[in-house]
Write a protein that binds this ligand. Structure first.
Ligand code: IDP
Length: 141
């Protein structure tokens, strides 16, 4: 299997729960490594650009407002099959539907405030990583 890199965000609600360590431990326990990380507060413009594909959705304003409401942790995760593996560790978008033991089942509050983001494809991962990291900020771990 190929070594991949994918993009992950620990969202403001999970940051408020002091859950960075627990969430990173879940990534590491499943074979993913942290190749880059930064903690920041997203600007409205950056959050809108990041979620541009959802611009027409009714929840877009609420989503941008939530994502800019407090600090987030931005990460590059690296490992075998990292894109799909991260999606499995995260669980379904709606925490109520997420499998037990997944990040969203443990730390998600509702379908919007669902604790983490993870790229849904290799192409999305490349676009999203480039939005938040310079090439030299991502290590080959
Ligand atoms: P994903 O994050 O599991 O890939 P997407 O459908 O791409 O799910 O949605 C992006 C983000 O938009 C979700 O993670 C969630 O924060 C938010 N979102 C999705 N559906 C809803 C909704 O019905 N109400 C409010 N927020 C939503």
């Amino acid at each position: 299997m190929a070594i991949e890199q994918t993009f992950s965000i620990i969202k403001p609600n999970a940051m408020k729960k002091n859950a960075i360590g627990d969430i990173i431990s879940m990534f590491e326990a499943n074979g993913l490594k942290i190749a880059a990380a930064k903690i920041t507060i997203l600007s409205k413009a950056k959050a809108e650009e990041f979620y541009a594909e959802h611009k027409e959705r009714p929840f877009f304003g609420e989503l941008v407002s939530f994502m800019t409401s407090g600090p987030v942790a931005l990460m590059c995760l690296q490992g075998e099959n990292a894109v799909l593996k991260n999606r499995e560790i995260m669980g379904a978008t709606d925490p109520k539907k997420a499998n037990a033991g997944t990040v969203r089942a443990k730390f998600g509050d509702n379908v919007g405030e669902n604790a983490v983001h993870g790229s849904d494809s290799a192409a999305s991962a490349a676009r999203e990583l480039a939005l938040f990291f310079e090439k030299h900020e991502i290590c080959n771990v």
